[in-house]
Design a protein around this ligand. Structure first.
Ligand code: ZN
Length: 216
């Protein structure tokens, strides 16, 4: 039972996690300027197993740049929340921010992953939690088996995500962070920076304090 950090190979890469079990799920791809490095890291983390699914925490280019390479290499399907999946299918550069990172992603074949859906890997049960604020279709994945939260760019181990990109909303972010309070969060696996294996709830409280405290 594991959530493995694949590691970043470029400062612009998001974190990339492999959630293992009977089915293996990759969460985000990083910017992947050099896709072959990403693929070989995933292969070594898979240790001979197949990759069954790619889940994107949101549609920003630094999280989805390796989408095409991963889907082609492993033959799996990519999914995102319907709000961000639609932007990826359209290839909406203004929203995806690919030009900001110096490339064009183009239109991507991404399926819809709705709020409340549970991805069962056998070892992990990842519940999709819609947490708009950073983008309209940002999600967190709460692992009911280990009380871990894969938080994308919603919550970091020290801070919260930006809300000033297209589709971002400070009030949505505050509501989303408050909605995460219903979970007992131990491990926290954010889209950038370090991950921690304990005290995720404390980082959530710290994040909420940036909005002037908790709303009951
Ligand atoms: Zn982002």
């Amino acid at each position: 039972m594991a959530i493995i950090s694949i590691g970043i190979s470029d400062p612009d890469d998001s974190n990339v996690y492999l959630v293992t079990g009977d089915r293996n799920v990759l969460v985000d791809t990083g910017l992947a300027r050099d896709p072959s490095r990403l693929i070989s890291r995933i292969r070594s983390a898979l240790n001979g197993s197949d990759l069954d699914m790619l889940v994107l925490t949101h549609c920003h280019a630094d999280h989805v740049g390796g989408l095409d390479a991963v889907v082609r290499e492993f033959g799996c399907k990519a999914y995102a929340h319907p709000e961000d999946a639609a932007r990826l299918r359209e290839g909406d550069s203004e929203y995806i921010l690919d030009r900001m990172f110096g490339f064009r992603l183009g239109k991507c074949d991404v399926g819809d992953l709705p709020d409340g859906h549970v991805i069962d890997t056998g070892d992990h049960r990842l519940r999709v939690v819609h947490t708009p604020g950073h983008t309209r279709g940002s999600i967190c994945l709460y692992d009911e088996a280990t009380c871990a939260l894969i938080s994308g760019d919603t919550l970091f181990a020290g801070g919260v995500g930006r809300t000033d990109f297209p589709g971002g909303s400070r009030s949505d972010m505050e509501r989303s962070l408050n909605s995460l309070r219903r979970f007992d969060i131990k491990g926290l696996y954010p889209g950038h920076g370090i991950h921690v294996e304990h005290d995720g709830n404390d980082y959530l409280a710290e994040g909420l304090s940036m909005f002037g405290g908790v709303i009951i």
